[in-house]
Design a protein around this ligand. Sequence first.
Ligand code: PMP
Length: 437
Amino acid sequence: MAVEPAASATATAVATAAARPAQKPVQGAFSGAALRADFPAFDTPTHLGKRLVYLDAAASAPKPRAVIDALADTYAHHYANVHRGIYELSEDATGRFEAARRKVAGFIGAPSAREVVFVRNATEAINLVAYSWGRTNVGRGDHILSTQLEHHANIVPWQQLAREVGATLDYVEITDDGRLDMDDLRRKLEARPKLVAVSQVSNALGTISPVAEVVELAHAVGALVLVDGAQSAPHMPVDVTALGCDFFALSGHKMLGPSGIGALWGRRELLDGMPPFMTGGSMIIKVTLDGAEWNEVPYKFEAGTPAIAEAIGLGAAIDYLEALGMDRVREHERYLVEHAWAALGEIPGVWRLGPADPELHAGVISLVLEGIHPHDVATVFDHEGIAVRAGHHCAQPVMLRYDIPATTRASFYVYNDLDDIAALTDAVRSCQQLFNA
Ligand code: PMP
């Protein structure tokens, strides 16, 4: 049975939100304030009765009503296990689940939906490659290259792989303003690594790395490239075909979708050549007591019952983002970052990390307030209704690079506007007054 994905309501809701007349001049590519009406999280004041200023999208994003409705609608009316029922409800669920896979493929420019493997999150996507491709293709004496800019999810799986197979792991260094040192990359590529694992956007500093250039340089020495897209896919147009990379990992929960769903994209011939990561039901074509034959990709990598409603919810999140337009999402965040960077720069005692050029800086600003611990900063902010993340952001090598234990991180998304940045700078000043810093 041909099934239409549960997207039309979402698309209509988004189109309405985007077209809604703004209460005040639009700040950025669209009115963040108008879009906040799409997110029930903003309906409830914070514990001290303040308006919620949510600046923690880099950790996880709130969900628009369209995504929440898609989840509820799936569980209420379209839920059954996928790929196995010979009854209408299961075919309906399967059709919606597979439509979501096609949406992910389209969203990242993948040539085929069959190259999109549903996983729980970016961490699982990277581990899948490290275990399945890594244990098959990397051996004693081989090299792997990652960078100092990575989230632990793009470091620890490679450390484990290197330890287990006797390979060496090296890291591209970063400059004082948090960019990949491309000369160091060129030098380290001389060791002819088997794989380069690099994030497109750093969650700790907001740096946008020149991934297409990294791919070109890496391919020239025969290395494959895995791109950690956990922070890029939600915030800018991504085209894996244009990037030329070999693997791409993303998490649904950071791009307005549900938690528990993410995706790994890999080039077909690579996925075809890789052994399964986990085994069991769904990933086989035939099992006897003596052995089993694997299903074709992507099912070979999807053992067990998948996160069905969550995948469909991710499809709804993609509809929402595509209705806004990923170019405009990026433009909006670029505008916010430029303003926030300038406004924070006017406050003495505030140290901003990462590149100053907004072209190289995604919607993440990491701050250090001189003399005040980031956890204290986040606590004061919380009293003002501002949600930020304080800590090492699962990027301890970045903290080591700057010899700091932690930063306070503000991260922006489509629902933010200049009022949120004003709230942020006011809170920075209050914090400094409170601590006499
Ligand atoms: N990579 C980057 C750059 C991230 O920011 C994150 C999440 N903070 C991850 C990987 C891991 O994502 P998840 O926790 O959803 O697996």
